[in-house]
Design a protein. Structure first.
Lengths: 112, 115
C-alpha cells in the first residue's frame, strides 16, 4: 500500500503560534487519524475523523477532511514546547479491523 | 482502550543473529499489527497477526525473515531473523479494540541496531 504525503516535512514555530500540517492520501477511506510520536517512541492517538465528517475538534486540535481532494489538515492552536514531536496521519480503508497506512510525517519543533 | 507492553525497548545485535520482540496486551484483542519504522521514516506495516492462524504479510515482507507467533489473544512475538544492518529500525506492535474501526494503540517500540 502506498503512503500518503504530508507537508511540510518539518515545521519550526514559536510557542503560542499555530501549527498546520497537511496530509494527502490516494485511496478511498473509512477514516483518517492523526498520531503523535515523541523521540521515536510509541505513537499516541490524537484524533479520528470519519469519511462522512468534515471537521472535528479536540481541545487545541482541529482536523478537517476533504474527501473530494483526498486531503486532511491538522491545526494545533496556541502551541507549547511540549507539542514538539513528529505527527503522522494514517488512513484506514473500508474494511473492519483496519490496517493503517501512514503518511510521511511532519516534524514539529516549538521553541519557547 | 488497551495498554501494550513491548520488550525489549532497545537492543544492539550482531549481524547474522536473530531477535525476538514481545508484545503483551492488557486485554483480549482479535488482531495485532507489527510495523517497522526505518530511521527518519514513517511506519510500514509488516504483518497482521490473528490468534490461531498464520500471520498475513505485506508485500516485501516474508515469514522466513519475520516469523510471527500469536499463541493467544493477549500476546504476540515478532522475530527479526538473520539480521543485517539494514534491519536497524524501530519495530512497533499495535492493536485495535473495535471491529468497527477506531483508534489504534501502540507499544513503546523496540529500537534495534544491527552492527
Amino acid at each position: 500500500s502506498q503512503q500518503g504525503e504530508e507537508d511540510p516535512q518539518a515545521l519550526s514555530i514559536q510557542e503560542g503560534e499555530n501549527a498546520t500540517m497537511n496530509c494527502s492520501y490516494k485511496t478511498s477511506i473509512n477514516n483518517l487519524q492523526w498520531y503523535r510520536q515523541n523521540s521515536g517512541r510509541g505513537l499516541v492517538h490524537l484524533i479520528l475523523i470519519r469519511s462522512n465528517e468534515r471537521e472535528k475538534h479536540s481541545g487545541r486540535l482541529r482536523v478537517t477532511l476533504d474527501t473530494s481532494k483526498k486531503s486532511s489538515s491538522l491545526l494545533i492552536t496556541a502551541s507549547r514546547a511540549a507539542d514538539t514531536a513528529s505527527y503522522f496521519c494514517a488512513t484506514a480503508g473500508n474494511t473492519g479491523f483496519q490496517k493503517l497506512v501512514f503518511g510521511t510525517g511532519t516534524r514539529l519543533l516549538v521553541s519557547p | 482502550s488497551a495498554v501494550i507492553s513491548q520488550k525489549p525497548s532497545r537492543d544492539i545485535c550482531q549481524r547474522g543473529t536473530s531477535l525476538t520482540i514481545q508484545c503483551q496486551v492488557d486485554s483480549q484483542v482479535t488482531m495485532m499489527f507489527w510495523y517497522r519504522q526505518q530511521p527518519g521514516q514513517s511506519l510500514t506495516l509488516i504483518a497482521t497477526a490473528n490468534q490461531g492462524s498464520e500471520a498475513t504479510y505485506e508485500s516485501g515482507f516474508v515469514i522466513d525473515k519475520f516469523p510471527i507467533s500469536r499463541p493467544n489473544l493477549t500476546f504476540s512475538t515478532l522475530t527479526v531473523s538473520n539480521m543485517s544492518p539494514e534491519d536497524s529500525s524501530i519495530y512497533l506492535c499495535s492493536v485495535e479494540t473495535s471491529p468497527l474501526g477506531g483508534e489504534a494503540f501502540f507499544g513503546q517500540g523496540t529500537r534495534l541496531t544491527v552492527v
